[in-house]
Design a protein around this ligand. Structure first.
Ligand code: PLP
Length: 416
């Protein structure tokens, strides 16, 4: 029986109470209480977010921006309110700096196809790091192939940290962009992005941050970071799938060409000439994902009721506890031991394939992810074909970490 516990942070964060907000957690899987440790792939949704989706479709489903009737006005207001909530959530200066996309991948492709195609030319260079998700590699590779530009890669050390001395050496007068992840999905490393952004700006190079794994764990202030772009996905931060956010500085977005053409992104169209709409609509062609955007607003409302500092302390305590317990297992190697980490523990077990670990843990009701985690270069760097990855959210408990450890010991017994 898994009991959600309260810990030393209980005065400001009560995990037991919080777990009740997430109905999916309270179920049996394969006859065992569900232990959901696949949060880096997607997180679970609180009831208020589910309710928001149902309410949208039950009460005011309608297309936005075009209708003069009441339902359309209500849908438009709710949709635009989500933009304002997002602006406040990441402390953007202006609401038109918030572009709704399908997700992180879509946001990065937008930057590559719009900013990238306009600013990267033959012989130019783009810097990424050795710990990027494929979503922050492939769009830049495609751009480089088209423009005959070069991708430069910041190396990572044995702990899974970027090597800062090597990083600065990559800049030259051909560097057009730095695209870096805030937090690695495969290693859990939190990159020192404020410092990195400052360095890039010294060379007049704009910075695009992939925040997919950061926003669920850390408070992000885009003005304080001074990043030029910041992208993330709702579904990894307890919101619905199919909606993502691209933050961009107005000065950059304004001069960038549209990514896609269609309805809503235009002011006027004749066969001779189209005049594009203003920000943010210039980048939101076609009917957007209204329902999920509205429910994303409810997600932000929910997150605003939580004390992020208390959550951060709780998650760090959980990470330390789980890391300590897993480290006692003979033959288990943790891949990614950076000094600053979120609750991601990637590991291998001597002589046992990660897929076998994942399949056996599933029979114990434990959901983890196994494979290359869409970060094959990270696997190559650490010389492993794949890892097993347990990724924690604020609703996970030390008891669940214990269940994981016991199940891994069972896996070992089965293979001994
Ligand atoms: N970047 C990172 C660091 C990720 O972890 C992920 C998803 O796992 C992505 C990008 C892609 O996000 P999405 O699939 O929501 O577009």
């Amino acid at each position: 029986m898994i009991e959600a516990q309260t810990h030393t942070t209980e005065l400001t964060f009560d995990v037991e109470k919080t777990r009740k907000d997430f109905p999916i957690l309270n179920q049996q899987v394969r006859g065992k209480p569900l232990v959901y440790l696949d949060n880096a792939a997607t997180s679970q949704k609180p009831q208020v977010v589910i309710d928001s989706l149902v309410r949208y479709y039950t009460e005011f489903n309608s297309n936005v921006h075009r209708g003069v009737h009441l339902l359309s006005e209500q849908a438009t207001e709710a949709y635009e309110n989500s933009r304002l909530k997002t602006q406040r959530f990441i402390n953007a200066k202006r609401s038109e700096e918030i572009i709704f996309t399908r997700g992180t991948t879509d946001g990065i492709n937008l930057i590559a196809q719009s900013f990238g195609r306009a600013n990267v030319h033959e012989g130019d260079e783009i810097i990424i790091s050795g710990m990027e998700h494929h979503s922050n590699i492939v769009p830049w590779q495609m751009l480089c192939a088209e423009k005959k530009a070069t991708l430069r890669v910041i190396p990572i050390d044995d702990k899974g940290e970027i090597i800062l001395d090597d990083f600065e050496k990559l800049f030259n007068n051909k560097t057009r962009l730095l695209a870096l992840t805030h937090v690695s999905n495969a290693l859990g490393t939190i990159n020192p992005i404020k410092q990195v952004i400052e360095t890039a700006h010294k060379y007049n190079v704009p910075v695009s941050i992939d925040g997919a794994q950061a926003v669920p764990h850390l408070r992000v202030d885009v003005q304080e970071l001074d990043c030029d772009f910041y992208v993330f996905s709702s579904h990894k931060m307890f919101g619905p799938t199919g909606i993502g956010i691209l933050y961009g500085k107005k000065s950059l977005l304004e001069v960038m060409p549209p990514y896609q053409g269609g309805g809503d992104m235009i002011k006027s169209v004749t066969f001779e000439k189209t005049i594009y709409n203003e920000l943010p609509y210039k980048f939101e062609a076609g009917t957007p994902n209204i329902a999920d955007t509205v429910a994303f607003g409810a997600t932000i409302d929910y997150l605003n009721t939580l004390d992020y500092e208390a959550i951060h302390n709780y998650e760090q305590e959980l990470l330390e506890y789980a890391t300590g317990r897993l480290s006692t297992i003979d033959g288990l190697t943790i891949i990614g031991t950076a000094r600053e980490k979120t609750g991601v523990i990637s590991f291998t077990l001597d002589g046992i394939h990660p897929h076998d670990i994942g399949t056996i843990l599933d029979t114990e009701g434990i959901a983890i992810r196994t494979g290359h985690h869409c970060a094959q270069p990270v696997m190559q760097r650490f010389n492993v074909p794949a890892t097993a990855r347990a990724s924690f959210a604020f609703y996970n408990t030390k008891d669940e970490a214990d269940v994981l450890v016991n199940a891994i010991n069972k896996v070992k017994e089965m293979f001994s």
